[in-house]
Structures are given as structure tokens and as C-alpha cells.
Design a protein around this ligand. Structure first.
Ligand SMILES: *[C@@H]1O[C@H](CO)[C@@H](O)[C@H](O)[C@H]1NC(C)=O
Ligand SMILES: *[C@@H]1O[C@H](CO)[C@@H](O)[C@H](O)[C@H]1NC(C)=O
Length: 333
């Protein structure tokens, strides 16, 4: 009888291991890089000390990574033979922070060479950026591998634009399996960081061919922003005029006051009859509610179509695929 039981147990184990190689897990690097969370956190803190915008840059990279072919580090690949970089897609205009990723990756490589993917580094660094600046913390899931391709056409069609309507934004989220609560919660990352005037100055006059400014933009705030933007379209304004560098719920109280910076921010609250209004109100009322949903939505986003098991690779240099010869990508930087 014992021997006939052995077969089902074997199959059960095979199933479990099979499943774990296709899923992300908190313990993925426990044996191969146990200090990973500490290494990344220290590097993120150091980056934020010299550049207060570092956290916002890192989380944007993770977000734009996950929305194109899943969280596979594809956003980080630069133009190269056979690679058409996603960085040149309109949705990635002005994206920054690759040198911050390089610094984090170098710190990780020195302790755990050829072990940790760039996609996992973006996920961990995003969590650290949020909690270093006052937001929630959570247990990051790991086990993503890096793509050997970029998908610029995927970036062109999949990344959200500040000029889109709520219906279009919802569609882009649902295309990657994310819902309305994810959209509202993840937009809350605009509680820190900056945006350039070229992405919102169309709201100042003749908005949507109406001959008038965007009616959902508070008039005093509009006047303030016009002053900021008189310095030119590449001038930056804070996403959150109240606490620009703190991760808090003020993004939502700003929306209630008509002080969302981008059209795509304010639509969450100002689109008539939208189901997002009640979610904005609940996040504005209680920071704990926002933090809880944000944590969950970051995990949901981090789970989008990861490359796992033996697919993809562990990139040595986050900006390019490993070379076929030598495997580990001999750096010629
Ligand atoms: C690129 O992205 C598009 C849109 O998501 C998708 O249909 C296409 O299969 C992707 N191409 C590759 C090579 O992954
Ligand atoms: C702009 O106008 C079009 C046509 O009137 C309308 O369908 C669309 O919802 C408007 N967009 C915004 C953001 O108000």
C-alpha cells in the first residue's frame, strides 16, 4: 500500500514545483541572494538623498515595464541591433532613471552576480521608493526574468497617455488584467514626482476645442500653473502641490479640489457619473484605505505576465540583452 501511495505524492510534488516555477514568490532569492532587500533599499535611499525625484522615476519605470509584455525589464533595453527600444515610444517621453537602476544593479551584482533580474530590481526598488517617502510597505514577490526583446509597438499602444479619457484609461488597464480600483490606486503614485508643462498646458485654454479652459481644473491652481509654465513647455510642476515629495493620500484630496495636474488624473474625479469618484472619495477620506489598495494593486501589477522558469534571462547589464557568446554579456561600457 505504501508503494501505491508514493506515486500520487510524487505527482503532487511535481505539481507544486511546476506551479512554483511559473509563479512569483517572496522567498525566491532566500538562498541565492538573501540580502537582496537590504541591498536594494540602501541603494534606493542613497539615490533619493541625491535626487528627490528618484523614487518617482523608479516607480514609473516599473509601471511602464509591466504594461508592455509584462514585467520583464523590457523598458530598460536601449536601441541595439535587433532591439527597437521602448524608451523611444511617445508614452515613455522624458522617462528617466536608468542610471539609478544601473547603480542598484551594480550593488546587487557585486554581492549576487548573475542572479537577480532587472525586472525584480524594478519591483523591489518601487516598493522601497514608496516606503522611504512615507508610503506603505509590502512583501515583494520575486522570480521574474528579463526579456531578450523590446516591444516598441506594444509600448506605443499600451502605455497610458495624459491626454486620454477615463474610458480609454480603463481599457488600457483591463487589457493587462487590471481593474478600476487598480487604476485609481496606482494613479495615487502621482502623490510625488513632477510632470512637464507640455503634458498639461493644453488644459489652460481652448480645452478640447471648447474655447475655454478645462472646467475641471481649479481656476486659482490654473493661474499658478500658467505662471510656472511661462518658463516653457519643459518646465516641471509638482504632481502634488501640497506635499510634493511625500507619499500620502493628498493626490486624492487634490482631485476633490480640482487640483489634479494631468487631465488623466482629474478625470478620475470629474468624469460625470464615473464609478471612480467613490473610490477617490474613499481614498481621500482614509489614508489607510488608500495604502491597503495601493499595496494590493502594486502586487497585481507586478504579477502581469512575468517571464519565469527558464524563459528569458538574468540580464547582466539592464540596458541590453546578454550576448549570445559568453552568455553573461561582456561589458564594453
Ligand atoms: C507587442 O505588444 C503587442 C501589444 O500588446 C502584442 O500584440 C504583440 O504580440 C507584442 N509583440 C511581441 C513580439 O511580444
Ligand atoms: C472632448 O470632446 C469630445 C467630443 O465632444 C468628447 O467625446 C470627449 O469626451 C471630450 N473629452 C474630454 C476630456 O472632455
Amino acid at each position: 500500500m505504501a508503494s501505491s501511495n508514493a506515486i500520487p505524492i510524487f505527482f503532487l510534488l511535481a505539481l507544486l514545483f511546476g506551479a512554483s516555477s511559473a509563479q512569483l514568490s517572496e522567498t525566491f532569492y532566500d538562498r541565492t541572494c538573501p540580502r537582496l532587500p537590504n541591498i536594494v533599499r540602501a541603494a534606493v535611499k542613497k539615490a533619493i538623498e541625491t535626487d528627490i525625484r528618484a523614487g518617482a522615476k523608479l516607480i514609473r519605470l516599473h509601471f511602464h515595464d509591466c504594461f508592455v509584455n509584462g514585467c520583464d525589464g523590457s523598458v530598460l533595453l536601449e536601441d541595439a541591433p535587433g532591439i527597437v527600444s521602448e524608451l523611444n515610444s511617445p508614452g515613455n517621453q522624458g522617462i528617466q532613471g536608468l542610471e539609478i537602476v544601473d547603480a542598484i544593479k551594480a550593488a546587487v551584482e557585486s554581492e549576487c552576480p548573475n542572479t537577480v533580474s532587472c525586472a525584480d530590481i524594478l519591483a523591489q526598488a518601487s516598493k522601497d521608493s514608496v516606503d522611504v517617502q512615507g508610503g506603505p510597505s509590502w512583501r515583494v514577490l520575486y522570480g521574474r526574468r528579463d526579456s531578450r526583446i523590446a516591444n516598441k509597438t506594444g509600448a506605443d499602444s499600451g502605455l497610458a497617455s495624459p491626454f486620454e479619457t477615463l474610458v480609454q484609461l480603463k481599457k488600457k488597464f483591463s487589457d493587462v488584467g487590471l481593474g478600476t480600483t487598480d487604476l485609481v490606486a496606482l494613479s495615487g503614485a502621482h502623490t510625488f514626482g513632477r510632470s512637464r508643462c507640455r503634458f498639461f498646458s493644453h488644459r489652460f485654454a481652448n480645452f478640447n476645442n471648447t474655447g475655454r479652459p478645462d472646467p475641471s481644473l481649479d481656476a486659482n491652481y490654473r493661474g499658478f500653473l500658467q505662471g510656472v509654465c511661462s518658463a516653457g513647455p519643459d518646465t516641471r510642476a509638482n504632481f502634488d502641490p501640497t506635499t510634493p515629495d511625500v507619499f500620502d493620500k493628498n493626490y486624492y484630496t487634490n482631485l476633490q479640489a480640482g487640483k489634479g495636474l494631468l487631465q488623466s488624473d482629474q478625470e478620475l474625479f470629474s468624469t460625470a457619473g464615473a464609478d471612480t469618484i467613490a473610490i477617490v472619495n474613499s481614498f481621500a477620506a482614509r489614508e489607510g484605505t488608500f495604502f491597503k489598495e495601493f499595496r494590493q494593486s502594486m502586487i497585481n501589477m507586478g504579477n502581469i505576465k512575468p517571464l519565469t522558469g527558464s524563459r528569458g534571462e538574468i540580464r547582466k547589464n539592464c540596458r541590453r540583452v546578454n550576448s549570445a557568446m559568453g552568455g553573461e554579456g561582456h561589458d564594453v561600457m
